[in-house]
Ligand binder design. Sequence first.
Ligand SMILES: *Cc1c(COP(=O)(O)O)cnc(C)c1O
Length: 386
Amino acid sequence: MIPHMNHLSVPFGDLGRQYRCIQAEIDAAVERVLRSGWYILGAEVAAFEQEFAACCGVAYGVGVASGTDALYLALVALGIGPGDEVITVANAGMYQAAAIIQTGACPVFVDIVPEVHTIDPRAVEAAITPRTRAVLPVHLYGRMADMPAVMAVASRAGLAVVEDAAQAHGAWAFDHDGNRRQAGAWGTCGCWSFYPSKNLGALGDGGAVVTDDAALAERLRRLRQYGWGSKYIVTEAGGRNSRLDEMQAAILRVKLGHLEAWNAARRERAAWYGALLAGLPLELPSDTPGHVYHLYVVASDRRDALRSHLTTQGIGTDIHYPLPAHLQPAYAAVPMRPTGAGSLPHTERQTRRILSLPMYPELTRSEVEQVAMAVQEGNKAAEEQG
Ligand SMILES: *Cc1c(COP(=O)(O)O)cnc(C)c1O
């Protein structure tokens, strides 16, 4: 059917499968926009913003052009800039550092809790200085950071909390009262990407910020469109062009209706992997109820040998991410803390051990079995090599 994919027996990702499952709905939504004659910031974006915010359990949603822009604009809207520090992690793809650096603020990286790959709240507390303005936790791989602990530290210190929820559409965790609270609804605001491969993905780029703070949402609406308070009148400095378009919003509205079922399918596939891979010398992702498995990431001391074996068996894999932010070559001259190898031991160790296996709702049972069998063989082969 799709020849360019078929040389892999289990591709790491295959976005065409999802499109084919909901093709009629998507095509109808696209055609509706094409015929409407209105293509940027219109009724579809407004409706999606409301529907997505409601799904997160917050009052306001503001569509923007990408997840990285969502992070950047959220920080600017909070008044963060030169002289300020923002505490975040170094293992989550550099998007956070890129956004913080663009504002002129200084990224301060803290280590992770290694078993869950998310920010260590005690390390956050230890990194706070008089210049700290915000904490930027990442709900990595679909698992929420320890938000009750992060919020406790941040509120004691009077810091804003900007959640990077770009891998956590539909994820949730229990609050102190035992109620479910969605990703993006814990902090001052939540930032989202709708890059096509995310749990909720557009068919192009897109992003959003959600918040309960009306003034913050208003500022974001101005900042995403040149800083305009009204047409051609700039009332907010630091604005740019970062809009979500009508076509992507219409597509996202269709897909939002499937998100819960897709996340349930991801959790089912994670359970299959968990059962099939149990007992191997591999660290498997530990399950929590609100985990939505954007990625299925295992950790192994023989990661590179295992990955090579999977490649020879036609199994697509990836590494999220191969080089932490504090060791990126272009950032050597950029003010940030800490710097240099050895400064974030858990982050650096897991960077050498992590491996992402295929994980998407359309993955079949037999594909999961194929991957698991190849992982078992790969482990054996790696052990024999010593
Ligand atoms: C994808 C992603 C981003 C960036 O989103 P873009 O839309 O690609 O700019 C930010 N943070 C995390 C954790 C991501 O996975």
